[in-house]
Structure formats: C-alpha cells, structure tokens
Design a protein around this ligand. Structure first.
Ligand SMILES: Nc1ncnc2c1ncn2[C@@H]1O[C@H](COP(=O)(O)OP(=O)(O)OP(=O)(O)O)[C@@H](O)[C@H]1O
Ligand SMILES: [Mg+2]
Length: 557
C-alpha cells in the first residue's frame, strides 16, 4: 500500500516537473520550435537522399547514368549542411539565454524568499543548483527534448519509406524496439536515484571548497591544511563513486543496445540478401534497405541513449523546484508616515525548531525617539529578537507592530524594512570600494551625505587617510581594513539610509572606548533623531541609553 502511495506521489511530482518545465520553456517556444522544424527538414532531406541514391543505383544497374539525380543529391547535401550550421548558432544563443533565465529566476527567488528558510541551504548547495542544475535543465530543453522529438519523427519517416517499398523488411528492422523499451524502463528508475546522488555529492564537494577557501585563515591557524586536502579527496571519491556507478549503468545499457543492434542488422541483412537472390527485390531496394535499417535502428538506439539525459533533467528540475517552492516573504507596502517610528512586540514566541523555543511569550515597547539597550547573556536571543523585528524570521505566535506618533500602525513584514536601518552583528561588508558599500544603504546618497555619514560613524578621518579615500577597494568581508574600521563603515552604511528606526547589533564591539563614544555621540546627533535599539554587552554603551531591556530565560525582565 505504502509503495503504491509512494509511486503515486512520484508520478504526481513528475507531472509537476513537466508542468514547471513547460511553463518555464513557454517564452522560448518559438525558437525551440524553429529548431525542431529545421531538424525535421534535415531528417526529410536525409530520407530524400536515400531515395535519390536508390534511384541512382537502380538506373546504373539498368546501364543509365543520371546526372540530374547526382546534382540533386549534391544540392540536398549542401542545404542540409547549411541548416545544421544554422541550428548550431540558434542553439548556442538559446542555451545561453535559457540557462541564464533559470539562474536569474533562482537568484530572484533566493533574494525574495524568507531569509530563515533559505539560510537552511548551504551556499555551495545553492550555487550547484544555480549552475549545474540550471545547466542540465537548459541543455535538456534546448538539445535533448528537441532531439528526442526529431528522432521519433525521423523514425516514422524512415519506417514509412521502407514500408512503402518493402513492408516485411520494415517490420524486421523494428525488432530492436521492444528490447530498447525494456532496457529504458528498467534503467530509468535506477538512473534517477543515481543522478540525484551525483548532484548531492557535487553540492557537498562544492560547499566544502567554497567554505574552506573563504575560511583559509582558520585552516592555516589550526594546521588543517593536510586534513582539508584529505577531506576534499574523500568528497571527490564520494562523488566519483556515484558518477562511476551511473556511468556503469549507462555503459551496460548502451552495450546491450549495440549488441541487439548488431544482431538485428545481421538478421535483416541475411533476409535482404535472400530476397535479392530470389530476385524478389532490386539491388536499389537492397541498398535502400541497408541504409534504412541503420536509419531506423539508430534513432531507436539514440532514444535509449537519451534516457540518462532525461533522468538528469528530471533530477535537476526537482532540485531547482525545491528552491522555487520556498515561501516568498510577505511584502506589503506600508502606508504609514515613516517618521518617529516606535515598536511594540506582543506575546511573541519563537524557536528555530518546533521542539525548542528561544523566546517565549515576550512583550515589550519602544517609544519613538527612545534610545534603548537590549542586554542579556550570549546565546540568549538578542539577535533573534532583532531578526524577528526585521522579518527575517517569523514568530510562531504573537506579533511585532511598528507605530508612529500619529498612531498609525504597521505589522512587521519585509516592507517595514524601509524604515529600519540595521547594522548586523559580524562583518558584513562586500568586496568593492568603501563608497559602494555605503551606497548600499542609500543608492541616491549625495557626496555630502556620504561624508556626513562617515563623520557620524567616526570613520571620516581614517577613510580620508587611505590612499584613495572612499574609493579604496576592499576585499571580501572588509579585507584590507581593520575589524573596527569595517564596523564603522557598516554603521555609516546604516546612517546614510536616514531611516527613523536604527538597530545596532553589537556594532561597536571592536572599537576602543574613545572611538565607541565618538560613534555614540554621532548617532545621538543624528537629525532627524531616530529611535535607537542597541544590543550590547558594554557598560559604556548602557550609560548612553535611556533604558535597558534584559532578556533572561526566554523572557523579558
Ligand atoms: N539558525 C539557527 N538555528 C538554530 N538555532 C539558532 C540559530 N541561530 C541561533 N540559534 C540559537 O538561538 C539562540 C539565540 O541566539 P542569538 O543569536 O539570538 O543569541 P544572542 O543573544 O544574539 O547571542 P550573542 O550575544 O552571542 O550574539 C542560541 O541558543 C543559538 O544557539
Ligand atoms: Mg547576537
């Protein structure tokens, strides 16, 4: 019973995949159909060539030399070559467009999804889905599926022609079909499982590479060079194991197919030779038959060889759809006046998993213009509370509501971020210039506004002293400047946004007391004055705040 349900589920998934693929391919349909039509014309030409050559041979046997037929043969060959070149050009362009389309779509999906859901995937895994899987799908839609359709059409045309001249031979040439069908059916299922394993092991391999390269310092600091290389080798072996297993399966199927092909050919050949000896068919028909047997059997074999490719499309489609199906975050444009914003948290409960909560039924309020500190032990849930306010995470119970002095309210959702400036914990700078980093806070900021923000964040002086000032290029995660300097750039990025609600999550943790004070003074001087929420462990910061809110045992004290 369970098995039947699973089978049904699998079938439902697969029809879902097909629908998704169809919907996705729709915009590219005209070009795909054009390619298909050209392909079919090529097949028709190749069929016509066989008939022309039959006629040439038959006339030659009767002692006639037909120049006209030879010229037609030549022209058809040239046309066919031209069309093949056209297909190559169209398919390269189409493949590029199509795979980029999927990548862009996935990237957009990742960006628009709820942060808490998407963060469950490793970046290496997401990269694999955006590159390898997207490539597999594109390749499948542009090359494999049209090729399959062409093969089927070709099969019908060739069979039809041979049937017209010699029905018994035509039927003979099909003996290979049932064998191919059985092989495909048996191998298809196994192959899909193997293909998923190949992709998963690739994602693991890539995740490891990406992570260890970005944390090179730790690898070196702890002398993990050798073990890292060994781990990479292990991961590659794992991948190689699945790749080989899948390849073996492919080899078994294609060898069986070739063997059947050879046997079928010999049988058909013998039969044809007997008929020539009997005088019941002409040499031309025999020649036609020999060409046709190949042309009927080879599409059948090629169809069987396409099974792994189809499997690969299905497996990749499943992986891409998985990301596609992640819930889009709630974005409802706010219509409240974005000035003097306060927040009230009402009976909020949240846990990263259902088994364990981090915050339980907490309530708190921050009035517009207040300067409030959130304190509590490490790991108590301060950052989590901020993530809930920012709607990066969604609470299981309760809500977060923003309000202004006019009494308008707005339930927290992605759109509410427009009135929040946020300095996250840790180094969050991008590679590029300091200016580019600051402009991420507000892409329309003027030169004067950037300067002002840098001054308020106590970063102006050190940036001025850099050889290229704000145009100095920094590396990933602020490589090239100090941790405390990176923190100040991140604060400037938040200040330049000029939002009415400012959240700083241990944003001054790397600063010395004097510089920290300068930053806090700068924030106090901001005009218009934002509501400020600071997470901190430091006494000096607390002295600056109007009030402190303490989190303890999942509750607010
Ligand atoms: N993505 C996550 N999945 C599961 N648990 C998490 C996740 N992020 C944090 N936690 C857990 O939630 C709890 C609260 O973490 P949080 O980052 O909010 O602490 P914090 O108060 O900001 O600590 P710190 O002062 O060290 O920054 C911790 O016990 C932590 O282990
Ligand atoms: Mg924290």
């Amino acid at each position: 019973m369970k098995e039947i349900i699973n089978k049904l589920k699998e079938y439902k998934n697969q029809s879902g995949y097909t629908k998704w693929l169809m919907r996705y391919s729709l915009p590219y349909m005209p070009q795909i159909i054009l390619m298909l039509v050209i392909n079919v014309i090529c097949s028709a030409i190749s069929a016509e060539l066989s008939i022309v050559s039959k006629n040439i041979i038959d006339s030659a046997t009767d002692g006639n030399f037909v120049l006209r037929a030879i010229i037609i043969y030549l022209i058809l060959t040239l046309v066919s070559l031209g069309l093949s070149a056209a297909i190559s050009v169209i398919s390269i362009v189409l493949d590029e467009k199509f795979s980029f389309g999927i990548r862009k779509n996935l990237y957009q999906k990742i960006i628009e999804s709820t942060w808490g859901d998407i963060k469950k995937y490793h970046t290496g895994d997401m990269m694999t889905r955006m590159t390898t899987d997207a490539g597999n799908i594109s390749n499948g839609i542009i090359y494999t599926i049209p090729n399959i359709i062409r093969l089927v059409i070709e099969l019908f045309i060739m069979f039809g022609i041979l049937y017209y001249y010699e029905p018994s031979l035509a039927i003979m040439s099909l003996v290979i079909a049932p064998i191919a069908a059985v092989i495909c059916f048996v191998l298809g299922r196994k192959l899909k499982k193997l293909q998923v394993k190949v992709l998963e092991s690739e994602a693991a391999y890539r995740s490891f590479l990406q992570e260890s390269v970005s944390n090179l310092l730790i690898v070196k600091a702890f002398g993990n060079e050798e073990s890292s290389i060994n781990k990479l080798v292990d991961l590659r072996e794992e991948r190689f194991y699945w790749v080989r297993k899948k390849a073996n399966m492919g080899i078994i199927s294609s060898s069986t197919m070739s063997l059947s092909f050879q046997i079928a050919y010999i049988v058909a050949f013998t039969l044809g030779a007997l008929k020539v000896a009997e005088g019941s068919i002409t040499y031309g028909t025999m020649a036609l038959f020999l060409t046709m047997v190949g042309r009927i059997q080879s599409p059948i074999i090629q169809l069987a060889e396409n099974v792994p490719k189809i499997v690969s499309i299905i497996a990749s489609t499943g992986r891409v759809m998985e990301l596609q199906n992640i819930k889009k975050e709630n974005y409802e444009k706010s219509d409240i006046k974005e000035e003097n914003i306060g927040v009230s948290v009402n009976n909020l409960t949240f846990g990263y998993s259902e088994q364990e909560t981090v915050l339980e039924d907490i309530s708190l309020g921050i009035e517009p213009g207040e300067f409030v500190a959130i304190v509590g032990e490490s790991g108590i849930g301060k950052t989590t509370l901020v993530r809930l306010m920012m709607s990066f995470l969604e609470g299981q119970k309760g809500d977060v509501t923003f309000f202004n002095k006019e009494g308008q309210t707005k339930l927290a959702n992605a759109a509410a971020r427009s009135f929040i400036s946020y300095v996250p914990q840790g180094n969050t700078l991008f590679s590029g210039t300091i200016r580019e980093n600051i402009l991420m806070g507000n892409e329309n900021a003027s030169e004067a506004e950037i300067e002002e923000a840098l001054k308020m964040a106590a970063a102006y002086e050190f940036v001025q002293e850099l050889p290229k000032g704000a145009d100095t290029v920094i590396g990933e995660k602020g490589y090239g400047i100090s941790e405390g300097q990176a923190q100040r750039i991140a604060i400037a990025r938040a200040i330049v946004k000029k939002a009415p609600f400012l959240i700083l999550d241990e944003a001054t943790s790397s600063l010395d007391a004097k510089t920290e004070l300068e930053v806090l003074e700068g924030i106090k001087k901001l005009n218009p004055k934002p509501t400020c929420l600071l997470i901190t462990h430091r006494k000096t910061v607390l002295d600056y705040c109007d009030r402190e809110i303490k989190i303890e045992h999942k509750q607010i004290l």
